[in-house]
Design a protein around this ligand. Sequence first.
Ligand code: AMP
Length: 436
Amino acid sequence: MIQAVKGMNDVRPGAAEAFLDSAVWDYVTSRAAEVLNGYAYRQVRLPLLEETALFARGIGEDTDIVSKEMYSLTDRGDRSLTLRPEGTAGAVRAYVEHALGKTDAVQRWWYLGPMFRAEAPQKGRYRQFYQVGAELFGVAAPQADAEMLVMLNALCRHLEVTDVSVRVNCLGDAESRERYRAVLQEYLRGRASELCETCQRRFATNPLRVLDCKRATCRAVVTAAPDILASLSEASRVHFDLVQQLATAAGVSFVRDPHLVRGLDYYTGTIFELATAALGAQDAIVGGGRYDDLVAELGGPPTPAVGFAAGIERLALLVAKRVEHKDLAWWSGPHLYLAPMAGAEARAMALADEVRRLGPWRVEVDVSGGRVKNQMRRADKVGALAAIVLGEDELAKGAAMLKNLRSLAKGDDSQVQIALKGGELVAALAQLARER
Ligand code: AMP
């Protein structure tokens, strides 16, 4: 038997692990789309494969992603291509390629799709995982950074994801970062012997990466590291103050983490991370920030930008925790199940279509041609809200019994007679949907 590649999941109806149930994914992705569309972001669908150089230049050679996690391949034309490990580099590539700076530099984009990183798989960390993300190009003002934080706050609220902690920091402009690099290097040099091997090597080339090291020994060194605030230029400090003021005024709770850095090199000013204690080791659900230099670095005109990416699996894990597994079928199961006896099949199909035309009702017609008892067993199994058996009598009368399967499941045999008309059926279904 051929199995899925390690670290890659099958999201499917009725998955044994609730967070891989497609009903939960529909919920998470459609709610995310509602929020992003509500902020007037427009969806882009970009290639999964890009030239390897895009990520090497965009994300940084020295990052974990580029140095050891990329799925790269050589195609038939001897080009080195890579399955995208994140969404921003590709978005910037597209922005530059289509010269959007010339038509309308301000672009609000969102995307949803798979990303690929060869990390060690564990709960909440996969090799193919999905991100929903947003990019706002062309605005340098702190309002743009604040909009990201406010939008993420709305996303969590809309998904009913609670217990989220928001950490923010500021990496400042190039001048500020240069100053901080020197200050940090000086500090790390004094404690170099306590750092892990990797950090001993990289504190000279990329000292900010040390702040991101997960090893306990390095973390201990980092705790006492100098705060970047003292190194920020006046302009960066004013910008960051305004971001915080605007986010606070909009009701976003956050803390400033003086040692927050991100695992990608393109970030410049404000950066942020959302995490939750409910997830255990892989607790980060969103990461993002400003990347004012990336558009120019990838060949475009100087264009400020800010963005974020949220992990769908982790959001789905949080949502799945809230829902009883059995209830999941009820989320996604049909509202109405039609079980036709011999001779009533055509009428059942027509009636189903009548109901579907009246709104977003999910109607399943049993097409097995089997016995009513088996048809009803399936109605229950797929989590239908209500079912109707259609036989000769029902067709003759133009009326049938609408069985409330939810109450039946609780041992309460409730059914009502109903006319076989779309309008009446929909009214009854709406009533049942409210009750569940
Ligand atoms: P990053 O692109 O590394 O800033 O990650 C942004 C978000 O994507 C994280 O906060 C996670 O929610 C999610 N994420 C990153 N890597 C993985 C992974 N390997 N598996 C699942 N989710 C991930």
